[in-house]
Ligand binder design. Structure first.
Ligand code: NA7
Length: 544
Protein backbone atom coordinates (compact mmCIF):
# COMPACT_ATOMS: atom_id res chain seq x y z
CA UNK A 1 0.00 0.00 0.00
CA UNK A 2 1.06 3.53 -0.70
CA UNK A 3 1.28 5.89 2.21
CA UNK A 4 -0.04 9.13 0.72
CA UNK A 5 0.20 12.42 2.52
CA UNK A 6 -2.23 15.06 1.31
CA UNK A 7 -1.52 18.79 1.47
CA UNK A 8 -4.00 21.50 0.52
CA UNK A 9 -2.57 24.77 -0.78
CA UNK A 10 -3.62 27.73 -2.88
CA UNK A 11 -0.75 27.17 -5.26
CA UNK A 12 1.86 24.61 -6.13
CA UNK A 13 4.82 25.81 -8.15
CA UNK A 14 6.90 23.22 -9.96
CA UNK A 15 10.54 24.17 -10.49
CA UNK A 16 12.96 26.15 -8.33
CA UNK A 17 14.84 28.11 -10.99
CA UNK A 18 14.55 31.82 -11.71
CA UNK A 19 10.81 31.51 -12.40
CA UNK A 20 9.86 29.35 -9.42
CA UNK A 21 11.85 31.48 -7.00
CA UNK A 22 10.19 34.74 -7.98
CA UNK A 23 6.78 33.10 -8.18
CA UNK A 24 7.16 31.82 -4.63
CA UNK A 25 8.41 35.16 -3.33
CA UNK A 26 5.60 37.15 -4.91
CA UNK A 27 2.68 34.83 -4.11
CA UNK A 28 3.81 34.56 -0.54
CA UNK A 29 3.93 38.35 -0.37
CA UNK A 30 0.37 38.50 -1.71
CA UNK A 31 -0.70 36.25 1.14
CA UNK A 32 -1.39 32.98 -0.67
CA UNK A 33 -0.28 29.59 0.61
CA UNK A 34 2.33 28.31 -1.81
CA UNK A 35 4.98 25.67 -2.06
CA UNK A 36 7.65 24.95 -4.65
CA UNK A 37 8.69 21.43 -5.51
CA UNK A 38 11.71 20.49 -7.60
CA UNK A 39 13.10 17.10 -8.53
CA UNK A 40 16.66 18.44 -8.12
CA UNK A 41 18.61 18.23 -4.90
CA UNK A 42 19.07 22.01 -4.86
CA UNK A 43 17.57 25.24 -6.16
CA UNK A 44 18.74 26.91 -9.36
CA UNK A 45 16.96 25.05 -12.16
CA UNK A 46 19.06 25.25 -15.34
CA UNK A 47 22.03 26.33 -13.27
CA UNK A 48 21.68 23.44 -10.87
CA UNK A 49 21.88 20.93 -13.72
CA UNK A 50 24.24 22.51 -16.24
CA UNK A 51 27.63 22.20 -14.54
CA UNK A 52 29.78 21.46 -17.55
CA UNK A 53 33.09 23.36 -17.87
CA UNK A 54 32.59 26.70 -19.59
CA UNK A 55 28.90 27.04 -18.66
CA UNK A 56 28.12 30.75 -18.77
CA UNK A 57 25.12 32.95 -19.41
CA UNK A 58 25.54 35.12 -22.46
CA UNK A 59 23.07 37.67 -21.14
CA UNK A 60 25.23 40.35 -19.61
CA UNK A 61 25.62 40.19 -15.82
CA UNK A 62 23.75 43.42 -15.18
CA UNK A 63 20.56 42.02 -16.74
CA UNK A 64 20.91 38.38 -15.72
CA UNK A 65 19.32 38.82 -12.32
CA UNK A 66 16.08 39.74 -10.64
CA UNK A 67 15.02 43.35 -10.83
CA UNK A 68 12.44 43.28 -8.02
CA UNK A 69 14.97 43.56 -5.21
CA UNK A 70 16.56 46.92 -6.08
CA UNK A 71 18.83 46.93 -3.07
CA UNK A 72 20.24 43.54 -3.97
CA UNK A 73 20.52 44.64 -7.59
CA UNK A 74 22.86 47.41 -6.47
CA UNK A 75 24.82 45.59 -3.80
CA UNK A 76 25.27 41.97 -4.88
CA UNK A 77 28.86 41.61 -6.11
CA UNK A 78 29.85 40.46 -9.57
CA UNK A 79 33.05 41.10 -11.44
CA UNK A 80 32.77 40.31 -15.16
CA UNK A 81 30.62 41.22 -18.11
CA UNK A 82 29.14 37.70 -17.95
CA UNK A 83 28.38 35.32 -15.10
CA UNK A 84 29.82 31.82 -15.05
CA UNK A 85 27.43 28.93 -14.25
CA UNK A 86 28.58 28.45 -10.61
CA UNK A 87 28.21 32.19 -9.95
CA UNK A 88 24.60 32.14 -11.16
CA UNK A 89 23.84 29.16 -8.95
CA UNK A 90 25.39 30.95 -5.98
CA UNK A 91 23.36 34.07 -6.74
CA UNK A 92 20.07 32.14 -6.85
CA UNK A 93 20.94 30.39 -3.57
CA UNK A 94 21.67 33.81 -2.12
CA UNK A 95 18.25 35.15 -3.20
CA UNK A 96 16.51 32.13 -1.70
CA UNK A 97 18.30 32.65 1.62
CA UNK A 98 17.98 36.42 1.63
CA UNK A 99 14.18 36.15 1.37
CA UNK A 100 13.86 33.09 3.55
CA UNK A 101 12.28 31.09 0.73
CA UNK A 102 13.87 27.75 1.50
CA UNK A 103 11.22 26.78 4.03
CA UNK A 104 8.63 26.61 1.25
CA UNK A 105 10.81 24.74 -1.24
CA UNK A 106 10.69 20.97 -1.20
CA UNK A 107 13.60 19.42 -3.11
CA UNK A 108 14.04 15.88 -4.44
CA UNK A 109 10.35 15.89 -5.28
CA UNK A 110 9.22 15.24 -8.83
CA UNK A 111 5.76 15.99 -10.19
CA UNK A 112 4.38 12.70 -11.48
CA UNK A 113 0.81 13.54 -12.39
CA UNK A 114 -1.73 16.32 -12.21
CA UNK A 115 -5.46 15.87 -12.76
CA UNK A 116 -8.07 18.62 -12.83
CA UNK A 117 -10.89 17.83 -10.47
CA UNK A 118 -13.87 19.76 -11.82
CA UNK A 119 -15.99 19.02 -8.74
CA UNK A 120 -13.85 21.19 -6.55
CA UNK A 121 -12.06 23.24 -9.25
CA UNK A 122 -8.67 22.08 -8.06
CA UNK A 123 -5.64 20.23 -9.33
CA UNK A 124 -4.78 16.94 -7.68
CA UNK A 125 -1.05 16.46 -7.98
CA UNK A 126 0.99 13.38 -7.12
CA UNK A 127 4.73 13.35 -6.61
CA UNK A 128 7.63 10.93 -6.52
CA UNK A 129 7.59 11.26 -2.72
CA UNK A 130 4.15 9.62 -2.54
CA UNK A 131 2.53 12.89 -1.59
CA UNK A 132 -0.66 14.41 -2.92
CA UNK A 133 -1.10 18.16 -3.29
CA UNK A 134 -4.60 19.49 -3.79
CA UNK A 135 -4.24 23.03 -5.11
CA UNK A 136 -6.31 25.72 -6.76
CA UNK A 137 -3.47 26.84 -9.07
CA UNK A 138 -0.73 24.78 -10.61
CA UNK A 139 2.17 26.90 -11.85
CA UNK A 140 4.72 25.11 -13.97
CA UNK A 141 8.14 26.73 -14.00
CA UNK A 142 9.75 23.72 -15.64
CA UNK A 143 12.30 25.57 -17.77
CA UNK A 144 12.60 25.87 -21.52
CA UNK A 145 15.48 23.47 -21.72
CA UNK A 146 15.44 20.82 -19.07
CA UNK A 147 14.78 17.48 -20.71
CA UNK A 148 18.08 16.23 -22.14
CA UNK A 149 18.00 14.97 -25.73
CA UNK A 150 20.16 11.93 -26.38
CA UNK A 151 21.25 10.97 -29.88
CA UNK A 152 19.96 7.84 -31.51
CA UNK A 153 23.16 6.51 -33.07
CA UNK A 154 23.82 2.77 -33.46
CA UNK A 155 26.20 1.29 -30.91
CA UNK A 156 26.09 4.23 -28.50
CA UNK A 157 25.19 1.83 -25.68
CA UNK A 158 28.30 -0.19 -26.39
CA UNK A 159 30.70 2.68 -25.81
CA UNK A 160 32.81 1.68 -22.79
CA UNK A 161 34.51 5.00 -22.04
CA UNK A 162 33.27 7.86 -19.86
CA UNK A 163 30.05 9.32 -21.24
CA UNK A 164 27.65 12.04 -20.12
CA UNK A 165 25.21 14.64 -21.37
CA UNK A 166 26.35 18.18 -20.58
CA UNK A 167 23.30 18.80 -18.37
CA UNK A 168 24.24 15.77 -16.25
CA UNK A 169 27.91 16.63 -15.95
CA UNK A 170 30.05 14.11 -14.10
CA UNK A 171 32.33 16.05 -11.82
CA UNK A 172 34.25 12.84 -11.11
CA UNK A 173 35.48 12.57 -14.71
CA UNK A 174 39.21 13.23 -14.97
CA UNK A 175 39.77 14.54 -18.47
CA UNK A 176 43.39 15.71 -18.46
CA UNK A 177 44.95 12.75 -20.29
CA UNK A 178 41.85 11.76 -22.18
CA UNK A 179 40.90 11.62 -25.84
CA UNK A 180 37.59 13.45 -25.76
CA UNK A 181 34.80 13.53 -28.34
CA UNK A 182 32.14 16.24 -28.21
CA UNK A 183 28.93 15.61 -30.11
CA UNK A 184 26.97 18.81 -30.78
CA UNK A 185 27.99 22.43 -31.19
CA UNK A 186 25.14 24.64 -30.05
CA UNK A 187 25.64 27.17 -27.23
CA UNK A 188 26.64 24.33 -24.93
CA UNK A 189 28.99 22.57 -27.36
CA UNK A 190 30.78 25.83 -28.19
CA UNK A 191 31.29 26.59 -24.49
CA UNK A 192 32.43 23.12 -23.50
CA UNK A 193 34.80 22.79 -26.47
CA UNK A 194 36.39 26.17 -25.70
CA UNK A 195 36.84 25.27 -22.03
CA UNK A 196 38.13 21.73 -22.52
CA UNK A 197 40.40 22.04 -25.56
CA UNK A 198 43.39 23.41 -23.59
CA UNK A 199 42.97 20.81 -20.84
CA UNK A 200 42.64 17.45 -22.56
CA UNK A 201 44.95 15.13 -24.48
CA UNK A 202 42.89 15.49 -27.63
CA UNK A 203 39.46 16.72 -28.59
CA UNK A 204 37.38 16.00 -31.64
CA UNK A 205 34.24 18.00 -32.27
CA UNK A 206 31.56 16.11 -34.21
CA UNK A 207 29.42 18.73 -35.94
CA UNK A 208 26.28 18.21 -37.94
CA UNK A 209 25.60 21.92 -38.45
CA UNK A 210 28.63 24.19 -37.97
CA UNK A 211 27.44 27.45 -36.44
CA UNK A 212 28.18 31.15 -36.54
CA UNK A 213 29.70 32.45 -33.33
CA UNK A 214 31.01 35.90 -32.45
CA UNK A 215 33.28 36.96 -29.57
CA UNK A 216 31.57 37.40 -26.21
CA UNK A 217 33.85 40.29 -25.26
CA UNK A 218 34.00 38.95 -21.73
CA UNK A 219 36.26 40.69 -19.25
CA UNK A 220 36.30 42.38 -15.87
CA UNK A 221 34.05 45.36 -15.29
CA UNK A 222 35.49 48.49 -13.72
CA UNK A 223 34.19 49.82 -10.40
CA UNK A 224 33.23 53.01 -12.28
CA UNK A 225 31.03 51.07 -14.69
CA UNK A 226 29.38 49.22 -11.80
CA UNK A 227 28.76 52.55 -10.08
CA UNK A 228 27.25 53.94 -13.28
CA UNK A 229 24.93 50.91 -13.49
CA UNK A 230 23.94 51.34 -9.86
CA UNK A 231 23.15 54.99 -10.45
CA UNK A 232 21.04 54.13 -13.50
CA UNK A 233 19.42 50.85 -12.52
CA UNK A 234 15.93 52.36 -12.22
CA UNK A 235 16.02 53.58 -15.82
CA UNK A 236 17.63 50.33 -16.99
CA UNK A 237 14.96 48.19 -15.34
CA UNK A 238 12.23 50.39 -16.75
CA UNK A 239 13.68 50.15 -20.24
CA UNK A 240 13.92 46.34 -20.41
CA UNK A 241 10.23 45.60 -21.10
CA UNK A 242 10.23 48.34 -23.73
CA UNK A 243 12.70 46.39 -25.86
CA UNK A 244 12.29 43.22 -27.91
CA UNK A 245 14.94 41.05 -26.31
CA UNK A 246 15.41 42.64 -22.84
CA UNK A 247 19.14 42.14 -23.15
CA UNK A 248 20.00 45.59 -21.85
CA UNK A 249 20.38 47.45 -25.13
CA UNK A 250 17.97 49.08 -27.53
CA UNK A 251 17.47 47.19 -30.75
CA UNK A 252 18.39 49.02 -33.91
CA UNK A 253 15.79 50.47 -36.26
CA UNK A 254 18.33 50.92 -39.07
CA UNK A 255 17.86 48.54 -42.02
CA UNK A 256 21.05 47.12 -43.47
CA UNK A 257 20.43 48.56 -46.94
CA UNK A 258 20.02 52.09 -45.56
CA UNK A 259 23.66 52.07 -44.53
CA UNK A 260 26.23 53.15 -47.10
CA UNK A 261 27.79 49.94 -48.55
CA UNK A 262 31.27 51.31 -47.72
CA UNK A 263 30.34 51.66 -44.07
CA UNK A 264 28.77 48.24 -43.49
CA UNK A 265 32.04 46.39 -42.90
CA UNK A 266 32.97 49.00 -40.30
CA UNK A 267 29.69 48.36 -38.48
CA UNK A 268 30.24 44.60 -38.49
CA UNK A 269 33.77 45.10 -37.18
CA UNK A 270 32.48 47.34 -34.40
CA UNK A 271 29.96 44.68 -33.44
CA UNK A 272 32.67 42.02 -33.52
CA UNK A 273 34.87 44.13 -31.24
CA UNK A 274 32.06 44.88 -28.82
CA UNK A 275 31.04 41.23 -28.55
CA UNK A 276 27.81 39.39 -27.65
CA UNK A 277 25.63 37.37 -30.03
CA UNK A 278 22.36 39.21 -29.38
CA UNK A 279 24.02 42.60 -29.82
CA UNK A 280 25.52 41.30 -33.07
CA UNK A 281 22.13 40.23 -34.35
CA UNK A 282 20.01 43.17 -33.20
CA UNK A 283 21.93 46.23 -32.02
CA UNK A 284 23.23 47.89 -35.22
CA UNK A 285 21.09 46.56 -38.05
CA UNK A 286 17.35 46.05 -37.64
CA UNK A 287 16.89 43.33 -40.24
CA UNK A 288 19.61 40.64 -40.01
CA UNK A 289 16.97 38.19 -38.78
CA UNK A 290 14.45 39.17 -41.46
CA UNK A 291 16.20 40.30 -44.64
CA UNK A 292 18.02 37.81 -46.84
CA UNK A 293 20.43 40.45 -48.06
CA UNK A 294 21.36 41.61 -44.56
CA UNK A 295 21.63 38.05 -43.37
CA UNK A 296 23.89 36.96 -46.22
CA UNK A 297 26.21 39.89 -45.61
CA UNK A 298 26.40 38.95 -41.92
CA UNK A 299 27.19 35.34 -42.83
CA UNK A 300 29.96 36.46 -45.19
CA UNK A 301 31.49 38.66 -42.52
CA UNK A 302 31.57 35.90 -39.88
CA UNK A 303 32.85 33.37 -42.42
CA UNK A 304 35.70 35.72 -43.31
CA UNK A 305 36.57 35.81 -39.61
CA UNK A 306 36.56 32.00 -39.40
CA UNK A 307 38.87 31.86 -42.43
CA UNK A 308 41.22 34.38 -40.79
CA UNK A 309 41.27 32.74 -37.37
CA UNK A 310 41.53 29.07 -38.30
CA UNK A 311 44.96 28.49 -39.87
CA UNK A 312 44.39 25.02 -41.31
CA UNK A 313 42.23 25.59 -44.43
CA UNK A 314 40.71 22.11 -44.22
CA UNK A 315 39.59 22.64 -40.62
CA UNK A 316 38.32 26.10 -41.57
CA UNK A 317 36.34 24.61 -44.46
CA UNK A 318 34.69 22.08 -42.15
CA UNK A 319 33.85 24.81 -39.62
CA UNK A 320 32.06 26.99 -42.18
CA UNK A 321 28.31 27.16 -41.60
CA UNK A 322 26.25 26.26 -44.66
CA UNK A 323 23.03 27.93 -43.60
CA UNK A 324 21.62 31.41 -42.86
CA UNK A 325 22.43 33.12 -39.56
CA UNK A 326 19.04 32.23 -38.09
CA UNK A 327 19.49 30.28 -34.91
CA UNK A 328 19.85 31.45 -31.39
CA UNK A 329 22.96 33.64 -31.78
CA UNK A 330 26.12 32.29 -30.15
CA UNK A 331 29.13 34.01 -28.66
CA UNK A 332 32.32 32.58 -27.28
CA UNK A 333 35.64 33.23 -25.60
CA UNK A 334 37.95 31.96 -28.33
CA UNK A 335 36.06 29.03 -29.84
CA UNK A 336 37.40 29.03 -33.42
CA UNK A 337 40.92 29.62 -32.03
CA UNK A 338 40.82 26.21 -30.30
CA UNK A 339 40.94 24.52 -33.69
CA UNK A 340 44.48 25.87 -34.21
CA UNK A 341 45.66 23.49 -31.50
CA UNK A 342 47.22 20.36 -32.97
CA UNK A 343 45.23 18.25 -30.48
CA UNK A 344 41.85 19.62 -31.61
CA UNK A 345 40.02 18.44 -34.69
CA UNK A 346 36.60 18.66 -36.30
CA UNK A 347 34.54 16.05 -38.07
CA UNK A 348 31.80 17.45 -40.25
CA UNK A 349 28.95 14.98 -39.93
CA UNK A 350 27.23 16.15 -43.11
CA UNK A 351 30.29 15.05 -45.09
CA UNK A 352 31.13 12.02 -42.98
CA UNK A 353 28.33 10.91 -40.63
CA UNK A 354 29.00 8.61 -37.67
CA UNK A 355 28.07 5.12 -38.83
CA UNK A 356 28.26 3.65 -35.37
CA UNK A 357 29.87 3.78 -31.99
CA UNK A 358 31.82 0.82 -30.67
CA UNK A 359 33.24 0.14 -27.24
CA UNK A 360 36.30 2.26 -28.17
CA UNK A 361 35.00 5.20 -30.17
CA UNK A 362 33.20 6.38 -33.28
CA UNK A 363 33.40 5.09 -36.84
CA UNK A 364 32.61 7.64 -39.56
CA UNK A 365 31.44 6.96 -43.12
CA UNK A 366 34.88 7.65 -44.60
CA UNK A 367 36.11 4.52 -42.82
CA UNK A 368 38.01 6.48 -40.16
CA UNK A 369 37.89 5.32 -36.58
CA UNK A 370 38.04 7.97 -33.84
CA UNK A 371 39.32 6.38 -30.64
CA UNK A 372 37.80 8.05 -27.59
CA UNK A 373 38.15 7.75 -23.82
CA UNK A 374 35.33 10.20 -23.15
CA UNK A 375 32.22 11.15 -25.08
CA UNK A 376 30.42 14.35 -24.19
CA UNK A 377 26.90 14.68 -25.50
CA UNK A 378 26.22 18.37 -26.06
CA UNK A 379 23.14 17.36 -28.01
CA UNK A 380 20.68 19.79 -26.48
CA UNK A 381 17.20 19.34 -25.12
CA UNK A 382 13.74 18.21 -25.92
CA UNK A 383 12.95 21.89 -25.72
CA UNK A 384 9.93 23.78 -24.39
CA UNK A 385 7.09 21.22 -24.51
CA UNK A 386 9.51 18.35 -23.74
CA UNK A 387 9.26 19.19 -20.05
CA UNK A 388 5.45 18.85 -20.21
CA UNK A 389 4.74 15.92 -22.47
CA UNK A 390 6.64 13.48 -20.26
CA UNK A 391 4.41 14.16 -17.23
CA UNK A 392 0.84 12.93 -16.86
CA UNK A 393 -1.14 16.14 -16.99
CA UNK A 394 -4.87 15.74 -17.56
CA UNK A 395 -7.29 18.61 -17.99
CA UNK A 396 -11.01 19.13 -17.73
CA UNK A 397 -12.05 16.40 -20.18
CA UNK A 398 -9.38 13.95 -19.10
CA UNK A 399 -7.39 14.77 -22.23
CA UNK A 400 -3.63 14.83 -21.59
CA UNK A 401 -1.53 17.83 -22.49
CA UNK A 402 0.57 15.56 -24.71
CA UNK A 403 -2.59 14.65 -26.63
CA UNK A 404 -3.68 18.25 -26.82
CA UNK A 405 -0.32 19.02 -28.44
CA UNK A 406 -0.22 16.10 -30.85
CA UNK A 407 0.01 18.53 -33.78
CA UNK A 408 2.54 20.68 -31.99
CA UNK A 409 2.60 22.75 -28.82
CA UNK A 410 0.18 25.68 -28.71
CA UNK A 411 -1.09 28.03 -26.05
CA UNK A 412 -2.76 31.35 -25.46
CA UNK A 413 -0.04 33.93 -24.69
CA UNK A 414 2.51 31.24 -23.89
CA UNK A 415 0.88 30.48 -20.54
CA UNK A 416 -2.65 29.10 -20.90
CA UNK A 417 -4.15 26.05 -22.58
CA UNK A 418 -7.94 25.60 -23.11
CA UNK A 419 -9.25 22.68 -21.13
CA UNK A 420 -6.51 23.07 -18.53
CA UNK A 421 -7.98 25.61 -16.11
CA UNK A 422 -5.71 27.26 -13.55
CA UNK A 423 -2.65 25.71 -15.17
CA UNK A 424 -0.23 28.62 -15.53
CA UNK A 425 2.89 27.83 -17.52
CA UNK A 426 5.92 30.04 -17.15
CA UNK A 427 7.94 29.89 -20.38
CA UNK A 428 5.41 27.58 -21.95
CA UNK A 429 5.23 27.13 -25.73
CA UNK A 430 4.63 30.31 -27.75
CA UNK A 431 5.67 32.71 -25.05
CA UNK A 432 8.05 35.56 -25.92
CA UNK A 433 11.66 34.85 -26.83
CA UNK A 434 13.74 37.17 -24.66
CA UNK A 435 16.36 37.36 -21.94
CA UNK A 436 15.12 34.91 -19.32
CA UNK A 437 15.03 36.83 -16.01
CA UNK A 438 13.01 39.87 -17.19
CA UNK A 439 10.84 37.61 -19.35
CA UNK A 440 10.10 35.36 -16.41
CA UNK A 441 9.37 38.32 -14.12
CA UNK A 442 6.81 39.59 -16.60
CA UNK A 443 5.09 36.18 -16.73
CA UNK A 444 5.05 35.82 -12.95
CA UNK A 445 3.46 39.27 -12.69
CA UNK A 446 0.83 38.19 -15.20
CA UNK A 447 0.09 35.04 -13.19
CA UNK A 448 -0.28 37.11 -10.04
CA UNK A 449 -2.63 39.56 -11.71
CA UNK A 450 -4.88 36.75 -12.97
CA UNK A 451 -4.83 34.82 -9.71
CA UNK A 452 -5.81 37.95 -7.78
CA UNK A 453 -8.61 38.63 -10.24
CA UNK A 454 -9.92 35.06 -9.98
CA UNK A 455 -9.71 35.09 -6.19
CA UNK A 456 -11.62 38.37 -5.97
CA UNK A 457 -14.39 36.89 -8.11
CA UNK A 458 -14.44 33.74 -6.05
CA UNK A 459 -14.79 35.82 -2.89
CA UNK A 460 -18.06 37.12 -4.34
CA UNK A 461 -19.30 33.57 -4.87
CA UNK A 462 -18.41 33.22 -8.55
CA UNK A 463 -16.73 30.01 -9.72
CA UNK A 464 -13.90 31.76 -11.51
CA UNK A 465 -11.04 29.87 -13.11
CA UNK A 466 -8.26 31.07 -15.38
CA UNK A 467 -8.92 29.34 -18.66
CA UNK A 468 -8.23 30.31 -22.25
CA UNK A 469 -10.97 29.65 -24.79
CA UNK A 470 -10.07 27.49 -27.83
CA UNK A 471 -10.44 30.39 -30.31
CA UNK A 472 -7.89 32.38 -28.32
CA UNK A 473 -5.36 29.59 -28.49
CA UNK A 474 -5.96 29.09 -32.22
CA UNK A 475 -5.61 32.82 -32.95
CA UNK A 476 -2.49 33.21 -30.84
CA UNK A 477 -0.87 30.21 -32.44
CA UNK A 478 -1.71 31.57 -35.87
CA UNK A 479 -0.28 34.94 -34.89
CA UNK A 480 2.95 33.32 -33.61
CA UNK A 481 3.20 31.52 -36.91
CA UNK A 482 2.65 34.68 -38.95
CA UNK A 483 5.26 36.57 -36.94
CA UNK A 484 7.76 33.73 -37.25
CA UNK A 485 7.23 33.62 -41.02
CA UNK A 486 8.42 37.21 -41.27
CA UNK A 487 11.82 36.05 -39.98
CA UNK A 488 14.43 33.70 -41.38
CA UNK A 489 14.25 31.40 -38.32
CA UNK A 490 11.77 28.90 -39.84
CA UNK A 491 14.33 28.05 -42.52
CA UNK A 492 16.33 26.04 -39.96
CA UNK A 493 14.97 23.25 -37.77
CA UNK A 494 16.53 24.51 -34.53
CA UNK A 495 14.91 24.22 -31.10
CA UNK A 496 13.40 27.69 -31.57
CA UNK A 497 11.31 26.64 -34.50
CA UNK A 498 10.35 23.01 -34.56
CA UNK A 499 8.84 21.25 -37.49
CA UNK A 500 6.73 18.67 -35.72
CA UNK A 501 6.53 15.60 -37.98
CA UNK A 502 3.01 15.24 -39.33
CA UNK A 503 1.88 18.69 -38.21
CA UNK A 504 -0.27 20.53 -40.74
CA UNK A 505 2.16 23.45 -40.59
CA UNK A 506 5.40 24.17 -38.77
CA UNK A 507 4.87 25.25 -35.19
CA UNK A 508 7.09 27.97 -33.76
CA UNK A 509 7.85 27.36 -30.11
CA UNK A 510 8.04 31.08 -29.41
CA UNK A 511 6.39 34.37 -30.07
CA UNK A 512 9.16 36.07 -32.01
CA UNK A 513 7.60 39.54 -31.94
CA UNK A 514 9.60 40.69 -28.92
CA UNK A 515 8.85 41.38 -25.29
CA UNK A 516 7.60 44.95 -25.79
CA UNK A 517 5.01 43.88 -28.37
CA UNK A 518 4.00 40.97 -26.18
CA UNK A 519 3.36 43.30 -23.26
CA UNK A 520 1.32 45.55 -25.55
CA UNK A 521 -0.84 42.52 -26.41
CA UNK A 522 -1.30 41.76 -22.70
CA UNK A 523 -2.39 45.34 -22.10
CA UNK A 524 -5.03 45.21 -24.82
CA UNK A 525 -6.23 41.80 -23.57
CA UNK A 526 -6.75 43.28 -20.08
CA UNK A 527 -8.38 46.44 -21.41
CA UNK A 528 -10.86 44.38 -23.42
CA UNK A 529 -12.02 42.67 -20.23
CA UNK A 530 -9.56 39.80 -20.39
CA UNK A 531 -10.25 38.90 -23.95
CA UNK A 532 -9.82 35.23 -24.80
CA UNK A 533 -10.41 33.99 -21.26
CA UNK A 534 -13.54 32.12 -20.23
CA UNK A 535 -16.15 34.04 -18.21
CA UNK A 536 -16.50 35.09 -15.46
CA UNK A 537 -12.77 35.86 -15.26
CA UNK A 538 -12.59 36.92 -18.89
CA UNK A 539 -15.03 38.24 -21.48
CA UNK A 540 -15.56 34.71 -22.83
CA UNK A 541 -14.99 35.92 -26.39
CA UNK A 542 -12.13 36.42 -28.80
CA UNK A 543 -12.26 39.87 -30.25
CA UNK A 544 -8.77 41.26 -30.54
P1 NA7 B 1 21.26 23.04 -29.06
O1 NA7 B 1 21.46 24.45 -29.36
O2 NA7 B 1 19.96 22.40 -29.39
O3 NA7 B 1 22.44 22.23 -29.77
C1 NA7 B 1 22.46 20.84 -29.86
C2 NA7 B 1 23.60 20.42 -30.75
O4 NA7 B 1 23.65 19.00 -30.81
C3 NA7 B 1 23.45 20.89 -32.18
O5 NA7 B 1 24.73 21.16 -32.66
C4 NA7 B 1 22.84 19.68 -32.86
O6 NA7 B 1 23.06 19.62 -34.23
C5 NA7 B 1 23.58 18.58 -32.16
N1 NA7 B 1 22.92 17.29 -32.21
C6 NA7 B 1 21.76 16.93 -31.63
N2 NA7 B 1 21.47 15.64 -31.90
C7 NA7 B 1 22.47 15.20 -32.68
C8 NA7 B 1 22.74 13.95 -33.32
N3 NA7 B 1 21.92 12.91 -33.17
N4 NA7 B 1 23.86 13.85 -34.05
C9 NA7 B 1 24.70 14.90 -34.19
N5 NA7 B 1 24.48 16.09 -33.62
C10 NA7 B 1 23.39 16.24 -32.89
O7 NA7 B 1 21.51 22.73 -27.50
P2 NA7 B 1 22.52 23.46 -26.51
O8 NA7 B 1 22.54 22.66 -25.26
O9 NA7 B 1 23.81 23.72 -27.17
O10 NA7 B 1 21.89 24.84 -26.25
C11 NA7 B 1 20.56 24.95 -25.84
C12 NA7 B 1 20.24 26.32 -25.37
O11 NA7 B 1 20.63 26.41 -23.99
C13 NA7 B 1 20.95 27.44 -25.95
O12 NA7 B 1 20.50 27.91 -27.13
C14 NA7 B 1 20.86 28.49 -24.86
O13 NA7 B 1 19.69 29.26 -24.98
C15 NA7 B 1 20.89 27.74 -23.64
P3 NA7 B 1 21.98 20.27 -35.28
O14 NA7 B 1 22.13 21.75 -35.08
O15 NA7 B 1 20.63 19.77 -34.84
O16 NA7 B 1 22.38 19.81 -36.60
Amino acid sequence: TVDNKTTELDTLVVGAGFAGIYQLYSLRKLGYSVKVIDKAGGVGGTWYWNRYPGAMSDSESFVFRFTWDREDLRTYPWTHRYLQGPEILKYLEHVVDRHDLRKDIQLNTELLSADWDAKQDKWVVTTSTNEVFVVRYLITALGLLSTAKLPDIPGLDEFKGQICHTSRWREDFDLSDKRVGVLGNGSTGVQVITALAPRVKSLVSFQRSPQYSVPSGNGPVTPEYRQWLNDHYDEIVESLPKTATAFGFTESTTPFTSVDPDKREEVFQRLWNKGNGFRFLFSEFSDIATSKEANEATCSFIKSKIAQIVKDPEKARKLMPREPYARRPLCDSGYYQQFNRPNVDIVNLRDTPIECFTSAGAKTSDGEFHELDTLILATGFDAVEGSYTRIRLHGRSGESLADHWKNGPTSYLGCFVPGFPNLLMISGPQGPFANAPPNVEMQVNLNNELIQRAEKLRATGKAAVIEAIPEAEADWSEHCNEVAQTTLFPSIPSWIFANVPGAPKPIPRFYLGGLANFIAVLDSVAKAGYDGFAAPLGNGRKEI
